[in-house]
Design a protein around this ligand. Structure first.
Ligand code: MG
Length: 220
């Protein structure tokens, strides 16, 4: 699977995705709405690269699940292979920014949490990672002030600001690089702000990153 990096209106670069890293509970108000404590270190899970759904596509609710929630998130792409970098070095390793949805089978996740089992099914099912085109990091003058939002059927459901991240984007890349061998094109879903909730067949989800890029998908 891949993402598209839009360098200019005319030039789009298609980049393969080795791995999708996701961060849970990275906004305090979302941790509170999930009745989870503020995490002492980043909460990391993965989605398969095949779970990417590009704009215009349809999210498919698996037959074994009853409840699917939206989680709108800033997504960053890693510029080059790296390991054990500092946050200062990590700030220079951001290839681009996009907006994505960490679609979550909340009932399946709740059962997994209660049983102490992994979240792979709840978070990694096919079409669970809707993703916009990305824009090059160099096009964003002050990424720490970025904001984003999610509309469902035209109604605003979530709004986020990067200044509210518990673990900043450079801190996340530095943290991940101390565990995994990060690769060019790896994606990081950086966590969702408060306001998550269910969507239903026929709903239209529009996610938008500060006028830079946007994503529209529907629920099958
Ligand atoms: Mg999430």
């Amino acid at each position: 699977m891949y993402f598209d990096l839009r360098h200019s209106p005319e030039r789009v670069e298609r980049i393969p995705v080795p791995t999708i890293y996701c961060v849970g509970l990275n906004y305090l108000e979302h941790a509170q709405e999930m009745q989870s404590p503020r995490p002492a270190e980043p909460v990391i899970f993965l989605k398969p690269a095949s779970s990417i759904l590009h704009g215009g596509g349809q999210i498919r609710l698996p037959a074994f699940a009853q409840e699917i929630h939206h989680e709108v998130e800033l997504v960053v792409a890693v510029a080059e292979a790296c390991g054990s970098v500092s946050p200062e070095q990590a700030a220079k390793l951001i290839l681009g920014y996009g907006i994505g949805l960490d679609m979550t089978l909340r009932d399946v996740q709740a059962r997994a949490k209660a049983a102490g089992k992994p979240w792979a099914v709840a978070k990694g099912f096919a079409t669970s990672a809707p993703l916009s085109e990305l824009i090059p990091a160099a096009h964003v003058a002050s990424p720490e002030t970025l904001t984003f939002q999610l509309l469902v059927n035209g109604e605003r459901r979530q709004a986020g600001a990067l200044k509210d991240l518990l673990f900043s984007v450079p801190a996340l890349i530095a943290y991940l690089s101390g565990i995994f061998d990060l690769q060019h094109g790896d994606l990081i879903y950086t966590g969702t702000p408060a306001g998550v909730g269910p969507v239903y067949a026929g709903d239209v989800l529009e996610a938008e990153l500060d006028g830079y890029t946007s994503l529209t998908v529907s629920v099958a």
